[in-house]
Design a protein. Structure first.
Lengths: 482, 95
């Protein structure tokens, strides 16, 4: 079997047993990108030479029996809104097309400590705002399963890269589903950890109370390995928390809730069928399953599209042509800022900044932003009550499988609806994972989402692994060979 | 959305918009704002004090007040569109 198709643990075993070398894996991965990049455009930049040197250093560590752990020599793709010192971090925006990071994000420092390698930086919707990677200023990414379809977004480049085997795993960021939705669309595992357990330091902020970095991988164990490496309290992120995990049952004593509101209108038969298939399987294994209701979930898009743009309008105020990024000249500083922001931001980013500015403006704050915050609090209370009753919540990850490029670009609201199932976990700070379970009628991957209460990430991963084993989904795309 | 003044919002957000953009964005934002009106039917606790910025923690940890390594002056200026004598250069504030 080719090295690029193996899991992190399998690769590490081969390296430890001296049956393969990290530099061989790195070459394998770069051969894969050489054939897939022109077709898919998963990466915005590739780091081949620099990391080949690092791969050779990994070779030596394994030769001497001095490897630093499971991620030593493993090539990981990094979403291009995460800073790697000395490299471009463009956020797929004209605004930052020449921005070279002067520091490492905490997740990169942590991966450096493990001697992980980087394939390069991956494409995303501009500033992580979007659900299809069509909002990139540098061109869209295509779905490896069928290149007429989007890979999802905003971490579409990361997902396409893992799916096409041009990386072993990838980091994405998830504000309303941006890890889980592309993972589902590309037939992969996508994990959004409990808010605050992975540092956001060095992640270019979109909506700070919702953003969370996490892995996109071929299987649950790879996601666990990357999560263990990147999580932990970080003094450089004021919202970082101690990752004190609680264990909840994941064997047959675990209680499963299926969310009624996410199995109703607006969800395709294909997506519903995947959930039913998993539930049937769990029932056979002896798990207790019950239907639960979270009425506020139906309003989550409304809550999200007030809170996220409000935070975005504040966070993106920093792009003013003064300290970094694009500058478009003007006679005065103010004119320069207006011109810079007009030219530097794309349509979706402008839409969200303006929406957020409006929601926060005098006279409207209480009606919009204030109301959304209070509704968010109420939704968190709904989740807390449900988790007194069940351990895990199951739903589709997405209302449908991947859609065709261009299909939803003219209607922002329709695009926003594709995050219906994933947004609630961000609003409530919950850990949530998408695991691939099957294919739609069009032979495109579909995922099932599982959520659990805060700080039960590791139990959630263990439970997901049980489903993964039973479903036995082949994550290798067929579309790439077309 | 009769009171939606796109020009004023764009001014607050410091973004120049073309006439075409103004028309398109007014339309888009009206649709989105109409959708979020669904929240108006909710009965909510009006005590804003209960509202938080972190979905899980009521109190966040403070960092110890100790000196740590940070960006050098040069690094901080390395991405500036224009700098001189260790400072950012900007056009005049008034004409």
């Amino acid at each position: 079997m080719e090295l690029k198709n193996l899991s992190i643990r399998q690769l590490n075993n081969l390296f430890v047993d001296k049956k393969a070398k990290p530099s061989e894996l790195y070459s394998d991965i770069f051969d894969a990108s050489a054939s897939s990049e022109s077709l898919l455009h998963a990466h915005l930049s590739l780091f081949e030479e620099k990391n080949l040197e690092n791969a050779k250093k990994s070779d030596k560590r394994f030769e001497k029996g001095e490897s630093t752990g499971l991620l030593d020599g493993i090539p990981i793709a990094i979403k291009d809104n995460i800073n790697i010192k000395g490299e471009l971090t463009t956020c797929s925006s004209k605004m930052l097309s020449n921005y070279r990071s002067p520091y490492n994000a905490t997740v990169i420092e942590k991966l450096n400590n493990e001697n992980a390698l980087y394939t390069g930086k991956t494409n995303l919707d501009e500033f992580a705002m979007g659900s299809s990677t069509e909002n990139s200023a540098f061109g869209l990414t295509k779905n490896p399963w069928n290149t007429e379809y989007v890979p999802g977004g905003s971490s579409g480049g990361s997902a396409a890269s893992v799916s096409a085997r041009s990386s072993i795993g990838a980091l994405g960021s998830d504000t309303g589903g941006s890890i889980r939705q592309p993972a589902a669309f590309c037939g992969l595992v996508g994990f959004k950890p409990t808010y605050g357990t992975v540092s956001r330091y060095g992640l270019i902020a979109f909506a700070s109370s919702l953003d969370q970095i996490g892995p996109i991988t071929k299987n649950v164990d790879d996601a666990r390995i990357i999560y263990n490496a990147i999580s932990g309290h970080d003094a450089l992120d004021a919202t970082s928390i101690d990752n004190n995990q609680t264990n909840i049952p994941f064997d047959k004593s675990a209680k499963i809730g299926v969310i009624k509101e996410l199995m109703e209108d607006g969800i395709s038969d294909d997506s519903r069928n995947e959930v039913s298939k998993v539930l049937e399987n769990l029932k056979k294994q002896g798990y207790q399953i019950k239907e639960v209701s979270l009425p506020l979930i139906k309003l989550s898009i409304s809550i999200y599209y007030l809170i996220a743009p409000a935070e975005c309008s504040a966070n993106l105020a920093r792009f003013d042509g003064v300290r970094y990024g694009l500058r478009v000249e003007g006679k005065t500083s103010y004119e320069m800022m207006q011109n810079t922001r007009a030219e530097g931001f794309g349509d979706e980013v402008k839409r969200r900044i303006l929406l957020g500015t409006y929601a926060l403006s005098a006279g409207y704050y209480d009606e919009y932003y204030g109301k959304a915050l209070r509704a968010r609090k109420k939704m968190i209370d709904e989740f807390s009550n449900i988790f007194n009753d069940v351990d895990y919540l199951i739903s589709p990850t997405t209302p449908t499988a991947a859609f065709k490029a261009g299909e939803k670009t003219s209607n922002p609201l329709e695009m926003y609806m594709s995050d219906l199932c994933t947004i609630p976990a961000n609003l409530a700070g919950l850990p949530a994972i998408s695991i691939p379970t099957g294919l739609s009628k069009e032979k495109l991957p579909l995922g099932v989402q599982i959520m659990s209460k805060p700080l039960t990430d590791l139990s959630l991963l263990n439970f997901s692994e049980i489903i993964e084993k039973e479903v036995d989904f082949n994550t290798s795309p067929e579309g790439l060979e077309k | 959305m009769s009171d939606f003044d796109i020009k004023n919002i764009a001014k607050l957000a410091s973004i120049n918009l073309s006439a075409e953009e103004q028309e398109k964005l007014t339309n888009d934002l009206s649709i989105i704002l109409e959708h979020v009106q669904a929240l108006s039917s909710l009965e909510l606790d009006t005590n804003i004090e209960d509202v938080f910025i972190h979905p899980l923690e009521k109190e966040l940890k403070l960092v110890e007040d100790i000196e740590i390594d940070s960006l050098t002056h040069e690094e901080a200026l390395s991405n500036a569109p224009e700098s001189k004598d260790g400072k950012f250069v900007v056009p005049p504030s008034m004409e």
